[in-house]
Design a protein around this ligand. Structure first.
Ligand code: TUI
Length: 315
Protein backbone atom coordinates (compact mmCIF):
# COMPACT_ATOMS: atom_id res chain seq x y z
CA UNK A 1 0.00 0.00 0.00
CA UNK A 2 1.43 3.38 -0.99
CA UNK A 3 0.18 6.00 1.45
CA UNK A 4 1.01 9.66 1.80
CA UNK A 5 -0.18 12.84 3.43
CA UNK A 6 -2.71 13.03 0.56
CA UNK A 7 -4.39 9.67 1.26
CA UNK A 8 -4.47 10.43 4.98
CA UNK A 9 -5.79 13.99 4.68
CA UNK A 10 -8.48 13.13 2.14
CA UNK A 11 -9.47 9.71 3.44
CA UNK A 12 -8.76 7.98 0.12
CA UNK A 13 -7.02 4.62 -0.41
CA UNK A 14 -4.77 5.40 -3.37
CA UNK A 15 -2.90 8.71 -3.90
CA UNK A 16 -4.40 9.27 -7.33
CA UNK A 17 -6.70 11.99 -8.64
CA UNK A 18 -8.68 11.65 -11.86
CA UNK A 19 -8.12 14.81 -13.87
CA UNK A 20 -10.99 17.20 -14.48
CA UNK A 21 -11.48 16.90 -18.23
CA UNK A 22 -14.06 19.04 -20.03
CA UNK A 23 -16.89 16.94 -21.58
CA UNK A 24 -15.30 13.81 -20.07
CA UNK A 25 -15.18 14.04 -16.29
CA UNK A 26 -18.84 13.58 -15.41
CA UNK A 27 -20.37 12.32 -12.17
CA UNK A 28 -20.41 8.70 -13.30
CA UNK A 29 -16.64 8.60 -13.92
CA UNK A 30 -15.83 10.62 -10.79
CA UNK A 31 -17.94 8.29 -8.63
CA UNK A 32 -16.31 5.20 -10.16
CA UNK A 33 -12.82 6.54 -9.38
CA UNK A 34 -13.80 7.52 -5.83
CA UNK A 35 -15.47 4.13 -5.26
CA UNK A 36 -12.24 2.49 -6.46
CA UNK A 37 -10.27 4.37 -3.77
CA UNK A 38 -8.90 7.32 -5.75
CA UNK A 39 -10.25 10.86 -5.86
CA UNK A 40 -12.80 11.28 -8.64
CA UNK A 41 -13.22 14.78 -10.00
CA UNK A 42 -16.19 16.35 -11.78
CA UNK A 43 -15.30 18.94 -14.43
CA UNK A 44 -17.37 22.13 -14.24
CA UNK A 45 -15.87 22.88 -17.71
CA UNK A 46 -17.51 25.84 -19.41
CA UNK A 47 -21.10 25.01 -18.49
CA UNK A 48 -23.27 26.85 -15.99
CA UNK A 49 -23.93 26.54 -12.25
CA UNK A 50 -27.02 24.32 -12.69
CA UNK A 51 -25.02 21.76 -14.65
CA UNK A 52 -22.44 21.56 -11.86
CA UNK A 53 -25.05 21.35 -9.13
CA UNK A 54 -26.75 18.47 -10.98
CA UNK A 55 -23.45 16.62 -11.41
CA UNK A 56 -22.56 16.99 -7.71
CA UNK A 57 -25.99 15.66 -6.73
CA UNK A 58 -25.61 12.70 -9.09
CA UNK A 59 -22.12 11.95 -7.79
CA UNK A 60 -23.40 11.95 -4.19
CA UNK A 61 -26.05 9.41 -5.24
CA UNK A 62 -23.35 7.16 -6.75
CA UNK A 63 -20.72 7.33 -3.99
CA UNK A 64 -20.36 8.15 -0.32
CA UNK A 65 -16.60 8.59 -0.79
CA UNK A 66 -14.90 11.99 -1.12
CA UNK A 67 -14.70 13.55 -4.58
CA UNK A 68 -13.60 16.85 -6.09
CA UNK A 69 -14.73 19.50 -8.56
CA UNK A 70 -12.42 21.01 -11.17
CA UNK A 71 -13.03 24.68 -11.92
CA UNK A 72 -11.78 25.75 -15.34
CA UNK A 73 -10.88 29.37 -14.74
CA UNK A 74 -11.43 30.48 -18.34
CA UNK A 75 -15.08 29.45 -18.13
CA UNK A 76 -17.58 32.26 -18.78
CA UNK A 77 -19.51 30.89 -15.76
CA UNK A 78 -16.54 30.79 -13.40
CA UNK A 79 -18.05 33.12 -10.76
CA UNK A 80 -21.31 31.16 -10.51
CA UNK A 81 -19.50 27.85 -10.56
CA UNK A 82 -17.16 29.04 -7.79
CA UNK A 83 -20.19 29.96 -5.67
CA UNK A 84 -21.77 26.55 -6.22
CA UNK A 85 -18.54 24.96 -4.97
CA UNK A 86 -18.60 27.05 -1.78
CA UNK A 87 -22.25 26.06 -1.23
CA UNK A 88 -22.01 22.36 -2.11
CA UNK A 89 -18.65 21.83 -0.39
CA UNK A 90 -17.00 18.98 -2.31
CA UNK A 91 -13.98 17.61 -0.39
CA UNK A 92 -11.58 19.15 -2.92
CA UNK A 93 -11.61 21.88 -5.55
CA UNK A 94 -8.91 21.69 -8.20
CA UNK A 95 -8.44 24.51 -10.68
CA UNK A 96 -6.95 24.82 -14.14
CA UNK A 97 -6.09 27.27 -16.89
CA UNK A 98 -5.53 30.31 -14.69
CA UNK A 99 -5.08 31.80 -11.23
CA UNK A 100 -7.75 30.80 -8.68
CA UNK A 101 -6.75 33.29 -5.97
CA UNK A 102 -9.95 35.39 -6.25
CA UNK A 103 -12.08 32.40 -5.18
CA UNK A 104 -9.83 30.60 -2.74
CA UNK A 105 -10.87 32.44 0.42
CA UNK A 106 -14.53 31.41 0.03
CA UNK A 107 -13.65 27.80 -0.73
CA UNK A 108 -11.24 27.52 2.19
CA UNK A 109 -13.81 29.11 4.52
CA UNK A 110 -16.28 26.44 3.37
CA UNK A 111 -13.81 23.78 4.55
CA UNK A 112 -12.81 22.73 1.01
CA UNK A 113 -9.22 21.67 0.32
CA UNK A 114 -8.07 23.77 -2.63
CA UNK A 115 -5.55 22.05 -4.89
CA UNK A 116 -4.71 24.14 -8.00
CA UNK A 117 -2.97 22.82 -11.09
CA UNK A 118 0.24 24.80 -11.60
CA UNK A 119 2.52 24.97 -14.64
CA UNK A 120 5.44 26.77 -12.87
CA UNK A 121 7.12 27.40 -9.52
CA UNK A 122 5.89 31.03 -9.51
CA UNK A 123 2.23 29.99 -9.72
CA UNK A 124 2.85 27.27 -7.10
CA UNK A 125 4.26 29.84 -4.64
CA UNK A 126 1.41 32.24 -5.31
CA UNK A 127 -1.33 29.71 -4.58
CA UNK A 128 0.55 28.43 -1.53
CA UNK A 129 0.49 31.99 -0.12
CA UNK A 130 -3.28 32.12 -0.84
CA UNK A 131 -3.85 29.00 1.30
CA UNK A 132 -3.73 26.06 -1.13
CA UNK A 133 -3.71 22.69 0.65
CA UNK A 134 -1.52 21.16 -2.08
CA UNK A 135 -0.66 21.73 -5.73
CA UNK A 136 -0.73 19.56 -8.82
CA UNK A 137 2.42 20.23 -10.87
CA UNK A 138 1.33 19.43 -14.41
CA UNK A 139 3.95 18.95 -17.11
CA UNK A 140 3.38 19.70 -20.78
CA UNK A 141 3.04 15.98 -21.59
CA UNK A 142 -0.54 16.27 -20.38
CA UNK A 143 -3.58 16.69 -22.55
CA UNK A 144 -5.56 19.88 -22.94
CA UNK A 145 -4.20 23.26 -21.92
CA UNK A 146 -0.46 22.82 -21.41
CA UNK A 147 2.42 24.75 -19.86
CA UNK A 148 5.98 24.77 -21.22
CA UNK A 149 7.83 22.57 -18.74
CA UNK A 150 7.91 18.79 -18.74
CA UNK A 151 6.86 16.77 -15.69
CA UNK A 152 10.43 15.54 -15.09
CA UNK A 153 11.80 19.03 -14.48
CA UNK A 154 8.67 20.77 -13.17
CA UNK A 155 7.82 18.42 -10.29
CA UNK A 156 11.15 18.53 -8.38
CA UNK A 157 11.34 22.31 -8.79
CA UNK A 158 7.80 22.79 -7.45
CA UNK A 159 8.64 20.38 -4.58
CA UNK A 160 11.60 22.63 -3.72
CA UNK A 161 9.60 25.85 -4.14
CA UNK A 162 6.72 25.14 -1.73
CA UNK A 163 6.15 23.52 1.66
CA UNK A 164 2.69 22.12 0.82
CA UNK A 165 2.27 18.64 -0.74
CA UNK A 166 2.82 18.28 -4.48
CA UNK A 167 1.07 15.86 -6.82
CA UNK A 168 2.53 15.12 -10.25
CA UNK A 169 0.58 15.15 -13.51
CA UNK A 170 1.42 14.89 -17.18
CA UNK A 171 2.58 11.69 -18.87
CA UNK A 172 1.57 9.32 -16.06
CA UNK A 173 -0.55 6.30 -17.00
CA UNK A 174 1.11 3.29 -15.37
CA UNK A 175 2.98 2.18 -12.26
CA UNK A 176 6.31 3.33 -13.67
CA UNK A 177 4.98 6.86 -13.87
CA UNK A 178 3.63 6.69 -10.32
CA UNK A 179 6.96 5.38 -8.97
CA UNK A 180 8.86 8.07 -10.89
CA UNK A 181 6.56 10.77 -9.47
CA UNK A 182 7.38 9.62 -5.94
CA UNK A 183 11.10 9.69 -6.77
CA UNK A 184 10.67 13.31 -7.91
CA UNK A 185 9.22 14.21 -4.51
CA UNK A 186 5.50 14.05 -5.30
CA UNK A 187 3.09 12.48 -2.81
CA UNK A 188 0.50 11.48 -5.38
CA UNK A 189 -0.44 11.71 -9.03
CA UNK A 190 -3.21 13.04 -11.21
CA UNK A 191 -4.09 11.13 -14.39
CA UNK A 192 -6.47 12.26 -17.10
CA UNK A 193 -5.75 10.34 -20.28
CA UNK A 194 -5.63 6.98 -18.46
CA UNK A 195 -9.18 7.51 -17.17
CA UNK A 196 -10.48 8.59 -20.58
CA UNK A 197 -10.44 4.88 -21.34
CA UNK A 198 -12.27 3.82 -18.18
CA UNK A 199 -15.37 1.74 -18.87
CA UNK A 200 -17.36 4.21 -16.74
CA UNK A 201 -16.18 7.22 -18.78
CA UNK A 202 -19.01 8.51 -20.97
CA UNK A 203 -16.70 9.74 -23.74
CA UNK A 204 -17.73 8.44 -27.17
CA UNK A 205 -16.26 5.08 -28.10
CA UNK A 206 -14.42 6.66 -31.08
CA UNK A 207 -12.54 8.84 -28.56
CA UNK A 208 -11.50 5.82 -26.48
CA UNK A 209 -10.46 3.88 -29.59
CA UNK A 210 -8.31 6.81 -30.76
CA UNK A 211 -6.53 6.86 -27.39
CA UNK A 212 -6.00 3.07 -27.42
CA UNK A 213 -4.63 3.24 -30.99
CA UNK A 214 -2.31 6.20 -30.28
CA UNK A 215 1.45 5.76 -30.67
CA UNK A 216 4.23 7.80 -29.08
CA UNK A 217 4.18 10.66 -31.61
CA UNK A 218 0.44 10.84 -32.13
CA UNK A 219 -0.28 13.95 -30.05
CA UNK A 220 0.34 17.52 -31.14
CA UNK A 221 0.19 20.98 -29.55
CA UNK A 222 -1.90 23.62 -31.28
CA UNK A 223 -2.86 27.15 -30.30
CA UNK A 224 0.58 28.52 -29.39
CA UNK A 225 -0.06 31.49 -31.70
CA UNK A 226 -3.01 32.46 -29.47
CA UNK A 227 -0.96 31.85 -26.29
CA UNK A 228 -3.30 28.98 -25.61
CA UNK A 229 -1.37 25.81 -26.23
CA UNK A 230 -3.55 22.69 -26.21
CA UNK A 231 -2.40 19.09 -26.66
CA UNK A 232 -4.63 16.67 -28.53
CA UNK A 233 -4.48 13.57 -30.70
CA UNK A 234 -3.55 14.19 -34.33
CA UNK A 235 -6.73 14.29 -36.40
CA UNK A 236 -8.25 15.95 -39.47
CA UNK A 237 -9.15 18.84 -37.09
CA UNK A 238 -5.56 19.38 -35.90
CA UNK A 239 -4.25 19.15 -39.49
CA UNK A 240 -6.68 21.88 -40.63
CA UNK A 241 -5.93 23.98 -37.54
CA UNK A 242 -2.15 23.74 -38.01
CA UNK A 243 -2.42 24.76 -41.68
CA UNK A 244 -4.31 27.89 -40.59
CA UNK A 245 -2.14 28.56 -37.52
CA UNK A 246 1.00 28.84 -39.68
CA UNK A 247 -0.74 30.80 -42.42
CA UNK A 248 -0.22 34.55 -41.76
CA UNK A 249 -3.38 35.32 -43.75
CA UNK A 250 -5.49 33.67 -41.01
CA UNK A 251 -6.63 36.10 -38.32
CA UNK A 252 -6.53 35.28 -34.61
CA UNK A 253 -10.31 35.53 -34.51
CA UNK A 254 -10.69 33.01 -37.33
CA UNK A 255 -8.38 30.64 -35.44
CA UNK A 256 -10.39 31.03 -32.23
CA UNK A 257 -13.61 30.30 -34.08
CA UNK A 258 -12.12 27.13 -35.57
CA UNK A 259 -11.86 25.56 -32.12
CA UNK A 260 -15.35 26.34 -30.86
CA UNK A 261 -17.38 23.22 -30.22
CA UNK A 262 -14.64 20.85 -31.46
CA UNK A 263 -14.13 19.23 -28.06
CA UNK A 264 -17.82 18.51 -27.63
CA UNK A 265 -17.90 17.05 -31.14
CA UNK A 266 -15.11 14.65 -30.12
CA UNK A 267 -16.37 13.61 -26.69
CA UNK A 268 -20.12 13.54 -27.26
CA UNK A 269 -20.52 12.84 -30.99
CA UNK A 270 -17.27 10.95 -31.63
CA UNK A 271 -16.91 13.05 -34.80
CA UNK A 272 -13.59 11.82 -36.23
CA UNK A 273 -13.57 14.55 -38.92
CA UNK A 274 -14.45 17.69 -36.93
CA UNK A 275 -13.67 16.68 -33.34
CA UNK A 276 -10.68 17.82 -31.26
CA UNK A 277 -9.63 14.83 -29.15
CA UNK A 278 -7.70 16.27 -26.21
CA UNK A 279 -5.26 13.73 -24.78
CA UNK A 280 -1.79 13.62 -23.28
CA UNK A 281 1.35 11.90 -24.49
CA UNK A 282 0.49 9.06 -22.11
CA UNK A 283 -2.18 8.00 -24.61
CA UNK A 284 0.44 5.66 -26.07
CA UNK A 285 0.66 3.89 -22.69
CA UNK A 286 -3.09 3.22 -22.56
CA UNK A 287 -3.71 -0.19 -24.12
CA UNK A 288 -7.38 -0.98 -23.51
CA UNK A 289 -10.71 0.14 -22.08
CA UNK A 290 -11.20 -1.25 -18.57
CA UNK A 291 -12.97 -0.34 -15.33
CA UNK A 292 -11.53 2.54 -13.29
CA UNK A 293 -10.87 0.13 -10.40
CA UNK A 294 -8.67 -2.06 -12.64
CA UNK A 295 -6.78 0.97 -13.99
CA UNK A 296 -5.96 2.06 -10.44
CA UNK A 297 -5.15 -1.42 -9.08
CA UNK A 298 -2.81 -2.27 -11.98
CA UNK A 299 -1.04 1.06 -11.59
CA UNK A 300 -0.44 0.68 -7.86
CA UNK A 301 0.51 -3.03 -7.94
CA UNK A 302 3.21 -2.09 -10.45
CA UNK A 303 4.31 1.06 -8.59
CA UNK A 304 4.58 -0.81 -5.28
CA UNK A 305 6.72 -3.56 -6.81
CA UNK A 306 9.00 -0.96 -8.39
CA UNK A 307 9.39 1.13 -5.26
CA UNK A 308 9.97 -1.95 -3.07
CA UNK A 309 12.54 -3.26 -5.53
CA UNK A 310 14.39 0.04 -5.81
CA UNK A 311 16.67 -0.71 -2.84
CA UNK A 312 18.22 -3.58 -4.82
CA UNK A 313 19.73 -1.07 -7.26
CA UNK A 314 21.86 0.48 -4.50
CA UNK A 315 24.99 -1.50 -3.58
O1 TUI B 1 -6.58 23.33 -17.40
C1 TUI B 1 -5.94 22.41 -17.83
N1 TUI B 1 -6.26 21.78 -18.98
C2 TUI B 1 -7.33 22.10 -19.76
S1 TUI B 1 -8.43 23.33 -19.49
C3 TUI B 1 -9.23 22.95 -20.89
S2 TUI B 1 -10.64 23.81 -21.40
C4 TUI B 1 -10.37 24.00 -22.99
N2 TUI B 1 -11.31 23.53 -23.77
C5 TUI B 1 -11.18 23.64 -25.07
C6 TUI B 1 -10.08 24.22 -25.62
C7 TUI B 1 -9.11 24.69 -24.81
C8 TUI B 1 -9.23 24.57 -23.47
C9 TUI B 1 -8.65 21.93 -21.49
N3 TUI B 1 -7.58 21.47 -20.85
N4 TUI B 1 -4.86 21.95 -17.18
C10 TUI B 1 -4.39 22.59 -16.02
C11 TUI B 1 -3.47 23.68 -16.36
N5 TUI B 1 -3.50 24.85 -15.76
N6 TUI B 1 -2.51 23.66 -17.28
C12 TUI B 1 -1.89 24.88 -17.22
C13 TUI B 1 -2.53 25.59 -16.25
C14 TUI B 1 -2.27 26.93 -15.76
C15 TUI B 1 -1.76 27.91 -16.59
C16 TUI B 1 -1.50 29.18 -16.08
C17 TUI B 1 -2.53 27.23 -14.42
C18 TUI B 1 -2.29 28.49 -13.92
C19 TUI B 1 -1.78 29.46 -14.75
O2 TUI B 1 -1.57 30.66 -14.16
C20 TUI B 1 -0.87 31.67 -14.84
C21 TUI B 1 -1.73 32.49 -15.69
O3 TUI B 1 -1.12 33.22 -16.50
O4 TUI B 1 -2.96 32.43 -15.61
Amino acid sequence: MITSIITEALGITYPIFQGGMAWISEAQLAAAVSNAGGLGIISAMNLDADYLRGQIKKCRELTDKPFGVNVMLMSPHVKDVARVCAEEKPAVVTTGAGLPTAYMKDWIQAGIKVIPVVPSTAVARLVERAGAFAVIAEGGESGGHVGDLSTMVLVPQVVDAVKIPVLAAGGIADGRGVAAAYMLGAVGVQCGTAFLCATECAAHDHYKQKVVAAKDIDTVVTGKRLNHAVRSLRSPFTRRYIDKEYDPATSGEELENLGIGALRKAAVEGDLEAGCFLAGQAAALVKCVQPASKIIEDMFVEAEALLKGAAAWVK
